[in-house]
Design a protein around this ligand. Structure first.
Ligand code: UDX
Length: 415
């Protein structure tokens, strides 16, 4: 199949490289010429396990010229839908990309399928994308088809997750659209669920919102357990035997970050309110998660005055095995420490460069220098933090690094 991918960020690049690996002819389109050049030089612009190797194994072409996709059979829309200042999902990028695709459709002779992978609030594909595409003069259902097929990729495991999907969701405009995407996806050993366009949009948002809620739930139990001297992780182990609960995503700590869970939850809250429904529960999940990030600083203040103290941070990425700092818990923690007049020194094996763009005013040092600080907060559970020497230190642990228990003073955020 001749496939084009619009947007070469986390989703687009992984989708393109993996479909190329599966034997398809793939063209990546991105307006960022630096990204295009890097990909054509077989250098991945993002850090993802196995992606660099994959890029060097497959034939894939990157370009900034939309007209290079004129002969492709399927066009995957993988551009970002970030949250704007008013808390709503910004459709700026996807609108521009769809307008560009419409221009290509104008000159296209044969039928093609547009597949939306970007995360969208329910109704966006029908109310915005289809009318925009039809400005080409072409008709959905006749000249082109459209599906909404959300991705469920975890950063750091995205290549694995793409090749081993737990399920394939296909929101289809019509049977012809769905059949074409099934033909491409039935190579995966995964159940395929065919549904409507806005149902598929909601499935993605509801899945991520549930994961965020489950984390917030175990953090609430953790806060209660900490006061009672109960180990939340023991409680979670006992809960996990019940398959209705499941053992995954029950790691209590300083809460969820990243470019997806917080964004998708905020987008669902904003779109629910716009339709006239007040999502009180979901808003509380956001509020509680925001608050959870502040607990390490509150615990630290019990042990040392923060003004002029030098506080060392272990980890800046929103989770291990990624350089991504979007919505990282470290952001709230650094803001609060600076507001308290502390001096901050931070270490992260991958994410320091990205974090420096947000906080150039703090110091970026080695692990050993972090350990020399007056006190240490563990923010990201990098494997390498589980064999440091914490003896004699003051450690507030946000992510359950058990070795840190040897510290002179040790506190877990909710254990
Ligand atoms: C998530 C979803 O898992 C994925 O299916 C979706 O496609 C994209 O969003 P990702 O954002 O890469 O993936 O990270 P994930 O592994 O889900 O972790 C998200 C955040 O939750 C991280 O900050 C992590 O530290 C935190 N987390 C995760 C917990 O605090 N406790 C847990 O038990 C699990």
């Amino acid at each position: 199949m001749r496939i084009s991918i619009i947007g070469s960020g986390y989703v687009g690049l992984i989708t393109g490289a993996c479909f190329a690996q599966l034997g398809n002819d793939v063209t990546l389109v991105d307006i960022d010429k630096e990204k295009v050049e890097a990909i054509n030089n077989r250098i991945s612009p993002i850090y993802e396990e196995g992606l660099n190797e994959l890029l060097n194994q497959v034939h894939i072409e990157a370009t900034s010229d939309y007209h290079r996709i004129i002969d492709t059979d399927m066009i995957f829309l993988c551009v970002g839908t970030p949250i704007n200042k008013s808390g709503n999902m910004s459709l700026r990028y996807i609108t521009k990309a769809t307008e560009q695709i419409a221009r290509v459709l104008t000159d296209k002779k044969d039928y093609c399928l547009v597949v939306v992978k970007s995360t969208l609030v329910p109704g966006t594909t029908e109310e915005l994308l289809i009318p925009t595409l039809e400005r080409s003069g072409k008709k959905v259902g006749g000249d082109f088809g459209i599906c909404m097929s959300p991705e469920f990729l975890r950063e750091g495991k995205a290549v694995y997750d793409f090749m081993h999907p737990v399920r394939v969701i296909i929101g289809e405009y019509d049977k012809r659209s769905g059949d074409m995407l099934v033909n491409l996806c039935n190579k995966f050993n995964a159940p395929i669920l065919r549904t409507g366009l806005k149902t598929a949009e909601m499935m993605k948002l509801a899945s991520n919102t549930f994961l965020a809620t489950k984390i917030t739930f175990i953090n609430e139990i953790g806060n209660i357990c900490k006061q009672l001297g109960i180990d939340t992780y023991e409680v979670a182990k006992g809960m996990g035997f019940d398959e209705r609960i499941g053992s995954k995503f029950l790691n209590a700590g300083i809460g969820f970050g990243g470019s997806c869970l917080p964004k998708d939850l905020r987008a669902l809250v904003a779109s629910s309110r716009k339709q006239g429904y007040e999502p009180r529960f979901l808003r509380e999940v956001l509020r509680l998660n925001d608050r959870q990030a502040l607990i390490p600083v509150e615990l630290l203040k019990k042990h040392i005055p923060l003004k002029d103290a030098t506080i060392g941070l272990l980890g800046l990425a929103f989770k291990p095995e990624t350089d991504d700092v979007r919505d990282s818990r470290a952001i709230r923690i650094v803001q609060t420490l600076l507001a308290e007049g502390a001096v901050v020194k931070a270490y992260d094996p991958l994410a320091a460069e990205n974090f420096k763009r947000l906080f150039p005013q703090i110091q970026y040092v080695t692990k050993q220098e972090v350990l020399k600080c007056d006190a240490i907060i563990i923010i990201t559970e990098w494997e390498e933090f589980s064999n440091l020497d914490y003896k004699g230190k003051i450690v507030i642990d946000g992510r359950r690094v058990l070795k840190a228990r040897e510290a002179r003073i040790y506190e877990g955020v909710c254990w």
